[in-house]
Design a protein around this ligand. Structure first.
Ligand SMILES: Nc1ncnc2c1ncn2[C@@H]1O[C@H](COP(=O)(O)OP(=O)(O)OP(=O)(O)O)[C@@H](O)[C@H]1O
Length: 488
């Protein structure tokens, strides 16, 4: 039936928590829905589908919903009498509460199609919503957590939100394949390729010395000469320089239901889960713009708490050197075996640098987790789906740059790793690029951040990272329900 809607849901309303609609053919006014936890719900006197005949003796048939609301508001101070024809067959709903993480932003104030904007709940990506009513195919009732309010509000259903996303209803069009093309627009990729072309000659001339430098690189050792896996420059450059072409197993699996649903559904069902002591530890995956300090934080964390944290040993097809040990610096494997592992989706991410493959396998991560230590790795955004699995249950920590002013102050003596294998002090353009990359990461992927650490003062950031990483193992967290109740 063609209907128009109104809300009895403003704060001052004695009937807070009901919406009404008018049958455009007959002019009759009906209760469209009763908002969970609102006054109307708690009174138990009004139900969805009831026909409102009169308000304090005033016949409402034929009025616009807004006019009915005005009648109600006019007598808000005294007693309000409704003459109601109850719905004859009240539908029996066995509502179960569901929790979801929003994968998109929603603002009812700019949605022209919400039946009652003041009953709408706004949310941003990453917010957890308690869905209390899915009776309506288009508009669900939900509370945004954490909340102290018992009263729910309206949010678009999955079906409606998908439709809205397809229609580009609001300013942040969803990126259903963000896992494949993440940070690089076509122009950026072209720029990057141009830069790579320029670099190639110089790089190849210095190839020999670079290889030696990696051998000399002390990135892998801490002050006590304990080996820290996964800090070699070749690996970092491979990941960074080729970030537009670094692959993740997600790409191969993208049409699998797990990845597909997380990226294409506007809501991800979540549950509050406390890890059992006998369960494997959770992977901690650090994500941040190049240069923000991910490597530095990861190294400090592992160096200062080697009994708690460890990196994963990467794989490479590069030949092993005399002073290297397979399984320590890298797992040294042939190109052919590497290719097979790629084919079998064994890598969380991998890339090629100077003709050699480098990659982090899920087995290397599991080996650390099964040894009783928390595995800490840094990832590119395109590996997000590959680490958010029931096996690894990644706790994703986003490393955020501080304010523009603090970034410039704190990075005074910092060294950026250049595409030429060397480090040099940050220039203004490096910092601008860092800030822009960070903004893009936040724009596209904030819904996957379990925790955000602002890397202003290194010591404080490291302490916060440590406590977040241990909390993730010991305290209840919102995790995708598919991790706990694997889908068939
Ligand atoms: N909070 C901080 N204050 C001052 N210097 C910092 C801070 N965090 C990191 N740095 C310095 O900034 C530089 C870049 O950090 P780092 O190498 O960890 O970057 P990254 O995020 O791993 O990027 P990439 O992988 O591209 O090198 C290093 O010299 C590091 O010591």
């Amino acid at each position: 039936m063609p209907s128009s809607f109104g809300s009895l849901a403003s704060d001052s309303d004695p009937l807070k928590g009901a919406t009404i609609k008018r049958n455009e053919l007959t002019g009759e006014i009906f209760v469209a829905r009763v908002i969970h936890g609102g006054l109307a719900d708690r009174s138990g006197l009004l139900h969805a589908g009831d026909r409102i005949m009169e308000v304090n003796g005033f016949a409402v048939d034929g009025l616009e919903p807004e006019q009915v609301i005005q009648v109600v508001q006019a007598c808000a101070q005294g007693t309000i009498m409704f003459k109601v024809v109850p719905i004859t067959e009240r539908p029996v709903h066995s509502q179960t509460t569901m929790y979801v993480r929003a994968m998109a932003d929603y603002n009812p104030a700019v949605d022209p199609n919400i039946p009652c904007p003041d009953a709408g709940v706004s949310f941003t990506r990453g917010d957890v919503l308690e869905i209390v009513d899915q009776t309506d195919a288009l508009w669900w009732q939900a509370r945004k957590l954490p909340t102290s309010s018992a009263c729910a509000g309206l949010v678009p259903s999955t079906a409606l939100l998908k439709r809205k996303q397809r229609e580009f209803w609001w300013s942040q069009p969803y990126q259903p394949h963000a896992c494949i093309h993440t940070l690089s627009t076509v122009e950026e990729e072209e720029d990057l390729m141009a830069l790579e072309d320029k670099c190639v000659e110089a790089d190849e001339e210095t190839f020999e010395s670079e290889e030696l430098r990696e051998a000399d690189d002390d990135c892998g050792f801490n002050k006590d000469q304990m080996y820290l896996a996964g800090f070699r420059r070749s690996l970092r450059l491979c990941r960074r320089r080729f970030h537009s072409s670094v692959q993740s197993s997600c790409q191969a699996q993208c049409l699998s239901s797990c990845c597909y649903s997380a990226l294409c559904s506007p809501y991800e069902e979540v549950v509050r889960h406390q890890r059992n002591l006998q369960d494997p530890l959770r992977l901690v995956a650090l994500l941040g713009a190049p240069g923000v300090g991910v490597t530095e934080l990861r190294r400090r964390l592992i160096q200062t708490h080697p009994q708690l944290f460890q990196g994963a040993v990467p794989h490479t097809s590069r030949p092993q050197r005399d002073d290297e040990e397979s399984g320590r610096e890298y797992h040294f494997i042939s190109r052919e075996i590497f290719d097979n592992m790629i084919h079998d989706n064994k890598f969380l991410e991998y890339g090629e640098y100077k003709g050699n493959y480098y990659g982090t396998s899920s087995e290397a991560v599991s080996a650390v987790l099964n040894s009783g230590k928390i595995c800490v790795i840094d990832i590119e955004s395109n590996a997000l789906q590959a680490v958010r699995t029931p096996e690894l249950r990644a706790f994703v920590v986003y490393i955020k740059p501080p304010s523009a002013e603090r970034l410039r102050k704190t990075r005074h003596n910092a060294q950026i790793l250049t595409n030429y294998y060397a480090t040099r002090p940050f220039k203004e353009e490096d910092l601008v690029e860092l800030e822009e990359s960070a903004q893009k990461l936040e724009l596209h992927f904030s819904q996957f951040f379990d925790h955000v650490v602002v890397n202003e003062e290194l010591q404080e950031a490291c302490a916060e990272l440590r406590s977040a990483a241990t909390r993730a193992q010991e305290q209840p967290q919102w995790v995708p329900s598919s991790w706990i109740r694997p889908q068939q």
